[in-house]
Design a protein around this ligand. Structure first.
Ligand SMILES: [Zn+2]
Length: 429
C-alpha cells in the first residue's frame, strides 16, 4: 500500500545557514505578497485572478527587468514558485468556502504576510532532497545538521520503500524544522495479527484515553506527569507574558519563552499520543471511537484548553491510519450515539449526565462504573453488535431524534466492507 507520510526533523543550522533559511522564508513571504497584489490588481480590472502557473510566468518576466527585485537570485527559484502555488490554493479554497462547498469553518480572503507576524516557512518540490545520519541535504541550502537522527527515513530511502515528494522548512519558536512529505510503500498485512480482537476507546478530558478490550480489561492512558507539569508552566509563562508592557523588550523575551515552551509541550503530547495509538492499532483489529464534534467542543470555553490539549482530532487521525497499516479498522460511532449516558450493563439511558459526574450510576440495573470506562464499554459493545450499527464516514450523519437508537438512525448505510477506516490520506507527524 502506498501512503503519503510526513517525516519531521529539527535542524541545527550554522549561523550562515540560519541566515540562508531566513532569507528563503523572506523570499516566500515576498512572493506571496507580490502575487496577492498582482491578483488584486487583475481582479479590479478583469474580475479574475491569476493562477499559480500564471503568477510564476509573470514573475519570471518581471524579476529580470525590475532593479528592485535584483536579489531574487539569492534564493532558490523553487521557493517563489511554491509560494505562488500556495496562494493559488488559498484563493481557490476561499472561493469554495464562500460557495459553501468546503467543510469546516468559513475561510477569509488570503491576507498579506508580515515579517514576525506570520509563520516563517517555505517549500521545495524539486531538486536534491536527501537525508543521511544526522544531516539533511536541500536544494541551494546544501547539507544541514539535524538535531536528531534521520534513521527512520534514511533506512526507507536506502531500501527503496520511500520517495521524497517535497520538503517544507519552517520555524517554530526559534527552531527550524524540515518536514519531508514522503511517498512510502508500506507492507500491510492482509489480516490483522489478532483477528476479531476489539477495543472501545473513550477519548477523555481528564485521562488521555480510556479503553476496554474484548476481555473486559480496562486500559487507561493518562497524560504523562511531564505533560501536566508542562501545562502548569505554560499557564505561568502565559500570565507572565500578559503582565509585561506591550512593545517592551521584556514582553518579547517572555513571548519567546512562552513559544519555546509551547512547542515543547506540543512535542511531548504528540509523542504520548503516537505511542498509545500505535499500541492500540497493533493489538486490536477493530478500534471503536466516538465521533466527536471537535469544533463544537472548542466553542465551549471552559473545556477548550483541555480538549485542545488532549488532541482529540489528532488521536482520531492517528488511529485512522495506524489501524489500516496493521490490517485492522477504525469504527466511528454515530455522532448522536450517547456512549456516556447509556448504561453498558442493561442499555438503559439517562436523560442527562453532567460532565462533573465522574461515576456512572444506572437507575435501571444499579450498575456503578467509572464514567469513562462505561463509555468505552459501550463503544466496545458497538463493535460486537455488528457493523451496521456504526456510521462509517462520520461526516454525513443526520441528526436523529433524541429517543432513537443508533441502529435506527441510518439503516443500511454502512455495508460491512466499507465500515470503519475513512478514505482520507494519512499523514503521520
Ligand atoms: Zn443499567
Amino acid at each position: 500500500m502506498q501512503v503519503t507520510q510526513a517525516f519531521r526533523f529539527a535542524l541545527d543550522p550554522t549561523p550562515a545557514q540560519e541566515r540562508a533559511l531566513a532569507s528563503h522564508a523572506g523570499a516566500a513571504r515576498f512572493a506571496w505578497n507580490w502575487g496577492l497584489v498582482a491578483c488584486q490588481d487583475r481582479y479590479a480590472a478583469e474580475r479574475m485572478w491569476y493562477s499559480g502557473a500564471e503568477l510564476h510566468k509573470l514573475w519570471n518576466a518581471v524579476k529580470k527587468t525590475e532593479p528592485a527585485l535584483a536579489w531574487w537570485g539569492e534564493n532558490s527559484k523553487c521557493v517563489y514558485q511554491e509560494a505562488f502555488r500556495d496562494l493559488d490554493r488559498a484563493l481557490r479554497e476561499f472561493v469554495k468556502s464562500r460557495k459553501g462547498a468546503r467543510k469546516g469553518r468559513r475561510l477569509g480572503f488570503p491576507k498579506f504576510k508580515r515579517r514576525g507576524r506570520c509563520r516563517d516557512s517555505f517549500r521545495f518540490s524539486t531538486g536534491v532532497m536527501r537525508c543521511a545520519g544526522r544531516t539533511v541535504t536541500l536544494p541551494r541550502l546544501g547539507t544541514i545538521a539535524t538535531h536528531e537522527p534521520t534513521r527512520k527515513l534514511t533506512r526507507r530511502l536506502e531500501n527503496g520503500t520511500a520517495r521524497i515528494l517535497s520538503a517544507t522548512i519552517s520555524r517554530t519558536a526559534q527552531r527550524w524544522h524540515v518536514s519531508f512529505t514522503v511517498e512510502v510503500d508500506r507492507a500491510v498485512p492482509a489480516r490483522h495479527a489478532r483477528p476479531r480482537s476489539a477495543v472501545g476507546v473513550d477519548l477523555g478530558v481528564k485521562t488521555l484515553l480510556t479503553a476496554m478490550d474484548d476481555h473486559g480489561t480496562v486500559i487507561e492512558v493518562a497524560g504523562p506527569k511531564a505533560l501536566s507539569a508542562g501545562l502548569r508552566k505554560l499557564r505561568r509563562l502565559g500570565k507572565a507574558h500578559s503582565r509585561k508592557q506591550r512593545g517592551s523588550a521584556n514582553r518579547a523575551k517572555a513571548a519567546a519563552r512562552l513559544a519555546r515552551h509551547h512547542a515543547r509541550v506540543a512535542d511531548l503530547r504528540a509523542e504520548v499520543l503516537h505511542k498509545a495509538t500505535s499500541a492500540l492499532a497493533a493489538r486490536f483489529e477493530t478500534v471503536v471511537v466516538e465521533d466527536l464534534n471537535v469544533t463544537g467542543m472548542l466553542a465551549n470555553r471552559r473545556l477548550a484548553r483541555a480538549v485542545a490539549d488532549q488532541g482529540f482530532y489528532a488521536t482520531r487521525r492517528m488511529l485512522e491510519y495506524k489501524t489500516r497499516w496493521n490490517g485492522g479498522r477504525l469504527m466511528v460511532a454515530g455522532r448522536w450515539y450517547p456512549s456516556s449516558k447509556t448504561c453498558s450493563g442493561c442499555g438503559s439511558r439517562k436523560p442527562s449526565l453532567s460532565l462533573a459526574e465522574r461515576t456512572f450510576r444506572c437507575d435501571g440495573c444499579g450498575l456503578v462504573l467509572d464514567r469513562d470506562v462505561n463509555a468505552a464499554r459501550n463503544l466496545l459493545n458497538l463493535a460486537a453488535s455488528g457493523a451496521e450499527r456504526i456510521n462509517a464516514c462520520g461526516g454525513d450523519v443526520r441528526p436523529g431524534s433524541a429517543g432513537r437508537s443508533p441502529v435506527k438512525q441510518e439503516p443500511g448505510t454502512a455495508p460491512a466492507g466499507q465500515t470503519g477506516t475513512a478514505a482520507a490520506q494519512a499523514a503521520a507527524a
